[in-house]
Ligand binder design. Structure first.
Ligand code: ADP
Ligand code: MG
Length: 730
C-alpha cells in the first residue's frame, strides 16, 4: 500500500457520518425473545400433552422419545417457517472456540416430482456431521469421521436469519465429548447434586441448585477500512507492530465517557437483535482503552448464558460490519493500552434464593452463607492452577500478568467484612458460637454480616476471583474465549468441594454431633485449609508473586506448562469422580490446547515476518536512500565544513535506520529458523514450549525495532495505519 492510499483510507474513516440509530416502536418487553422457541411458543405451537412432556424433559431431565420429538419438530417447523426460516442447523461449540453449523433446507421430495417442507424429530434430535476436520486431540482417528451432535433441550432453539438454530452437544462416535457443552452440562449436573445435598442441611425442601453466570463482554471497534489495511489484524486479530499513540488512555477520558454516535448506533442495533434472540442485554459503556467498549446482560442459568455469549460474539461481528466497523474480540489487539477480558460473575441458587447471598434472616441462613463461601474458596484453592489453565491461551497471555488484568496467579478477594467474619469463626470454639436460647432455639454467634451490596464489598480490581456481594467474579477469562471452559472447572471443583464437605459433616453427625456443630467444625477446618487462596492486597505487585509462591499457589507463567494442569492426578481424579470428563477426554483437551497455542504463534510469526520484509524494510530503505541523497547534495552545494555540520543529524538517522533494518532482517531470518527448529519437534508439549521460549519472544524483540522505525520514517511513506489513526475514529 502506498501512503497516499493510507491517507485515503484514514480520510474515509474520518468522513463516515453517524448512521441512523435504529429505532423500534415496540418496547423491549414486547419483542424480547421474538425469535426464540421458548415455553410460551411451545405452549402455543405444541399439543398440550407434548408441551407437558417437553417440560418434564427440560425441568426433570426425562428422556425424550421419538414420537414426542416428531411432534415438537412439527410445531417448531410451523413457528420457524412463519418467521421466514427455510433451513435448520445443529449449532455446536467444538474445541476450536467458535461455534459450528451446517445448514440443511427443510425441503424433501414429495414423490410426485415436487417438493414439500419437512423437518422431523430425527433431524431435531440427532445429526451426524462429518467430524474429521474438528479438533479431537487424537480421540477419533480421521478414518472414523463420524461424530454426533445431539439436541440440548434445556437451551431453546431460535431462528437466526433464515435458519432454525438448534443448540447441540457434539460427541465422538465412541461417546467422548468433542465440545464444551457436553462437559459443561455434566458439571452443572454434578454441582446441582452436591449443592442440593448441602443446601438441605439448611433448607430441607430444596429440590434443585442452579449455577448462574453473568458475563461482561469487552470488545474493540475499529473502522473496517483501517482494519483491512492491517494484515496483522486481519490474520491474527491483533496488531503485531505499531508505536504507541502519544495520547492513549492516560487521561482516563474514555472510561464511562459519552458513547460516540456511530458506536451508539451499533450498540442499539446489537441490543435490539440480541433482545429478539432472548439475550437479556442490560449494560453498555465505554471501557478504559480508546475504542474499547463493554456489554453485559442480566445473568442467566450457566448453560444458557454460555450459549448466549457464543451467540452474541458472532452477532457482534456481524452487526459491526453493517456499521462499517470490525469488532475485535482478541484479548490484546493493541500494545500499550488495556486488553479485553470477560468477567464471569458466578453464583449458585435454589428456587428460593442465591446461596452466596448474605446476610440471612436466621442463624441458619448465616451458616449457609458462610458454608458456600468457604467451599467456593476450597474449590478454587484446590484447583487454582487448573482454573488458570482453563483460561490460558496464546492470546490471553498478553493480558494476564500485565498491570491491567488479573495476575497469572489465582487468588480470591473477600473484602474486610467477610475476612473478619472468617477469622472470627476460625478462632472461636463451637461453644462460644452456639448457644441455646429461650425455647431451645438455636442461635449462632456469627457477628453481624453486613448487607452486602456492591458498594460495601470494597472492590479490588486486581483480584482474579473477587466476591462482589452475592457472587464471585472471575476476571481472568479472555474476551474471545468460550466461558464454558472455566465454568466447567469451577462448577466441577465446587461439586467436589461440597461432596467432600458433606462426607465429613455426615461422619461427625453419625458420631452423634448435632448437624449445626458438625457443619461449624468442618467449616472451621476448611477456613484454615484454604487460607492461602485469600488475598486482599495488590495482585499486581512483585511482592505478591513471591508471597504466592511461598503459599504454594500456582505461579507458573509459561502457557504450555500451565496446560499440564489438565493431566495432574488431582484434576483427573476430580473430573472422574464428578463424572464430567474422563482421562482420555482430558488428554485430548490438553493436546488440542497445545496445538492451538502453537498454531496461533506460528501464524503470528509468519505474517509478522512477511510484514517486516514486504512493508517495513522497503519503506525504511527508501527513506534512508532519500536521506543519503540529501547528504550527497548538501555536500555538493555547501562548503565541506558546513555540509559536515548540517549533515550530522541526517547521518545519525541513516545510521539508526541501518541498525534497525539490519536487526530486523537478521532476526526475521532467526525467527524463520526458530520456527523450523520448533516444527521438527515431534512431541506436542515440547513443540509448544519451543514456540513459547524461542518464537514468541523474538516477535516482541523485532517489534521494538519496527516501532522505532515508525518514529523515524517519513509519515507519508509509512504503509500501515498507525495506532493514533485506528484508535480515535468512531
Ligand atoms: P460490574 O460493576 O462488575 O462491571 P456489571 O453490572 O457490568 O458489573 O455486570 C455484573 C454482571 O453480574 C451482570 O451480568 C449481572 O447480571 C451479574 N450478576 C449479578 N448478580 C449475580 C449473581 N448472583 N450471579 C451471577 N451473576 C450475577
Ligand atoms: Mg464486573
Amino acid at each position: 500500500m502506498s501512503s497516499t492510499l493510507r491517507f485515503q483510507i484514514v480520510g474515509e474513516a474520518f468522513k463516515k457520518r453517524p448512521v441512523e440509530v435504529p429505532k423500534r416502536k415496540e418496547r423491549p418487553s414486547e419483542f424480547f425473545a421474538k425469535y426464540v422457541f421458548n415455553r410460551q411458543k411451545m405452549q402455543q405451537y405444541l399439543p398440550s400433552d407434548v408441551y407437558k412432556k417437553m417440560c418434564d424433559v427440560i425441568d426433570g431431565g426425562a428422556p425424550l422419545d421419538m414420537a414426542t420429538a416428531d411432534a415438537v419438530a412439527e410445531g417448531m417447523k410451523k413457528w420457524a417457517m412463519e418467521l421466514g426460516a427455510t433451513h435448520c442447523t445443529h449449532w455446536f461449540q467444538p474445541l476450536t472456540e467458535g461455534t459450528a453449523e451446517k445448514h440443511d433446507g427443510f425441503v424433501e421430495h414429495d414423490g410426485k416430482g415436487g417438493m414439500i417442507e419437512e423437518f422431523t424429530g430425527k433431524q431435531l434430535v440427532q445429526q451426524e456431521p462429518d467430524a474429521s476436520s474438528f479438533p479431537s486431540g487424537g480421540i477419533r482417528s480421521t478414518f472414523e469421521a463420524r461424530g454426533y451432535s445431539a439436541w440440548d433441550p434445556t437451551s431453546p432453539v431460535f431462528v437466526f436469519g433464515d435458519t432454525l438454530m438448534i443448540p447441540t452437544i457434539f460427541i465422538s462416535y465412541t461417546g467422548e465429548a468433542l465440545d464444551y457443552k457436553a462437559p459443561l452440562k455434566k458439571s452443572l449436573k454434578a454441582v446441582d447434586k452436591a449443592a442440593t445435598a448441602v443446601a438441605r442441611y439448611f433448607y430441607p425442601d430444596v429440590k434443585k441448585v442452579v449455577s448462574n453466570l453473568g458475563w461482561e463482554q469487552e470488545y474493540f471497534l475499529v473502522d473496517e477500512g483501517l482494519y483491512a489495511a492491517r494484515p496483522d489484524l486481519l490474520m491474527t486479530g491483533r496488531t503485531l507492530l505499531g508505536h504507541d499513540s502519544a495520547k492513549n488512555q492516560q487521561m482516563d477520558d474514555h472510561y464511562f465517557g459519552s458513547i460516540p454516535m456511530r458506536v451508539a448506533a451499533f450498540m442499539k442495533d446489537l441490543e435490539i437483535k440480541s433482545l429478539e434472540l432472548g439475550i437479556p442485554c442490560k449494560t453498555r459503556h465505554n471501557e478504559v482503552a480508546p475504542n474499547q467498549f463493554e456489554l453485559a446482560p442480566i445473568f442467566e442459568e450457566t448453560n444458557l448464558a454460555v450459549d448466549h455469549n457464543m451467540l452474541i460474539m458472532s452477532l457482534m461481528k456481524k452487526v459491526a460490519r453493517k456499521h462499517g466497523f470490525r469488532c475485535l474480540l482478541h484479548e490484546k489487539p493493541f500494545a500499550g493500552i488495556n486488553g479485553s477480558g470477560k468477567h464471569n460473575n458466578w453464583s449458585l441458587s435454589t428456587d428460593t434464593g442465591i446461596l452466596l447471598h448474605g446476610p440471612g434472616k436466621t442463624p441458619l441462613d448465616n451458616l449457609r452463607f458462610v458454608t458456600f463461601i468457604v467451599e467456593s474458596l476450597m474449590a478454587v484453592y484446590r484447583h487454582n492452577g487448573l482454573l488458570k489453565a482453563s483460561i490460558i491461551s496464546a492470546t490471553n497471555v498478553h493480558r494476564l500478568g500485565a498491570a491491567e488484568a488479573p495476575p497469572a496467579i489465582v487468588s480470591s478477594f473477600l473484602g474486610k467484612e467477610i475476612s473478619n467474619l472468617l477469622e472470627h469463626l476460625e478462632t472461636s470454639t463451637d461453644d462460644e458460637l452456639i448457644s441455646l436460647s429461650g425455647k431451645q432455639t438455636l442461635s449462632l454467634d456469627i457477628p453481624q454480616i453486613p448487607e452486602l451490596t456492591q458498594d460495601n464489598t470494597d472492590r479490588n480490581r486486581t483480584s482474579p476471583f473477587a466476591f462482589t456481594g452475592n457472587r464471585f467474579e472471575f476476571r481472568a477469562v479472555g474476551s474471545q474465549q468460550n466461558c464454558a471452559a472455566s465454568m466447567i472447572v469451577l462448577n466441577t471443583a465446587m461439586a467436589e468441594a461440597l461432596t467432600n464437605f458433606k462426607t465429613r459433616v455426615d461422619a461427625l453427625i453419625s458420631e452423634g454431633l448435632k448437624p449445626m456443630k458438625a457443619i461449624l467444625r468442618i467449616v472451621r477446618e476448611d477456613i484454615r485449609t484454604c487460607k492461602p487462596i485469600r488475598f486482599d492486597g495488590n495482585g499486581y505487585s512483585e511482592a505478591w508473586k513471591q508471597e504466592a509462591a511461598r503459599r504454594g499457589l500456582d505461579v507458573e507463567t509459561s502457557a504450555p506448562i500451565i496446560l499440564d494442569q489438565y493431566l495432574k492426578p488431582e484434576t483427573v481424579e476430580m473430573f472422574g469422580k464428578m463424572n464430567v470428563l474422563t482421562k482420555a477426554e482430558l488428554e485430548a483437551r490438553n493436546e488440542i490446547k497445545l496445538d492451538t497455542y502453537i498454531k496461533k504463534i506460528q501464524i503470528e510469526a509468519r505474517i509478522f515476518g512477511d510484514i517486516c520484509m514486504n512493508h517495513i524494510i522497503p519503506v525504511a530503505t527508501r527513506y534512508q536512500t532519500q536521506l543519503i541523497d540529501n547528504v550527497h547534495k548538501m555536500q555538493q552545494i555547501l562548503p565541506a565544513e558546513t555540509a559536515d555540520r548540517l549533515n550530522s543529524t541526517n547521518l545519525s538517522l541513516i545510521k539508526q535506520m541501518g541498525e534497525h533494518n539490519t536487526f530486523i532482517i537478521e532476526n526475521v531470518e532467526r525467527l524463520i529458523e526458530a520456527r523450523r527448529v520448533a516444527n521438527r519437534i515431534k512431541d506436542g508439549r515440547e513443540r509448544a514450549i519451543a514456540y513459547h521460549d524461542t518464537v514468541a519472544p523474538l516477535i516482541e524483540e523485532i517489534r521494538y525495532h519496527v516501532d522505532q522505525l515508525e518514529l523515524i520514517v517519513d509519515d507519508e511513506l509509512w504503509p500501515l495505519p498507525k495506532y493514533r489513526e485506528m484508535l480515535f475514529i468512531h
